[in-house]
Design a protein around this ligand. Structure first.
Ligand code: HEC
Length: 142
């Protein structure tokens, strides 16, 4: 192969790499979500809170306790969910969603494997906000 053929080969390889890699980087960019401003598609309603509560009782009490306070019979160091000031990872609806779906800190496991429908994670977000002091809860949707 002479030098012209060789450099042609290199540029074809380079172009192929660009064509293969650029859609990948587009996907990565699309996934970098700003959770602080991410809005819930599920309104804060009694029906949603009830669904979230059922999921909470099934998946979360062993560490956070039935009342969310993580005080009695629970695995150490889980956040008191009734106290927004105690949260380390943010209290906007998107940030709470992120903590539940993807895990938080060192010991909060991600739940995306067990709770597959994102709508169910949003129901959990709504239930958790219903544990907050009344003046910090969102307005209940009719
Ligand atoms: C294996 C124990 C465990 C289970 C089960 C668990 N959590 Fe947690 N969770 C933790 C710990 C520990 C933390 C504190 C993480 C840290 O160090 O910041 C936490 C933190 C959180 C936070 C973030 C609070 C903050 O500090 O910002 C939320 C929200 C939360 N948990 C919700 C849930 C929900 C909802 C469930 C059930 C779907 C659940 N957790 C199940 C252990 C658990």
């Amino acid at each position: 192969m002479n030098i012209v053929q060789f450099s042609h080969l290199i540029s074809v390889a380079g172009l192929t790499a660009i064509l293969i890699l650029s859609p990948l980087s587009a996907v990565t960019a699309a996934e970098s979500v700003d959770f602080k401003t991410l809005k819930s598609p599920v309104s804060y309603s009694s029906a949603s809170i009830a669904k979230g509560k059922a999921l909470y009782l099934r998946y979360c009490t062993e560490c956070h306790g039935a009342d969310g306070k993580a005080q009695i019979d629970v695995i150490a160091d889980a956040t008191d969910l009734t106290e927004p000031e105690a949260y380390y990872s943010g209290t906007s609806e998107g940030e709470v969603f992120h903590s539940i779906r993807d895990g938080a800190g060192v010991a909060m496991p991600p739940f995306s494997f067990q709770i597959k429908e994102e709508v169910d994670i949003w129901h959990l977000v709504n239930f958790i906000r219903s544990l907050w002091p009344t003046d910090q809860q969102p307005a209940l949707a009719k």
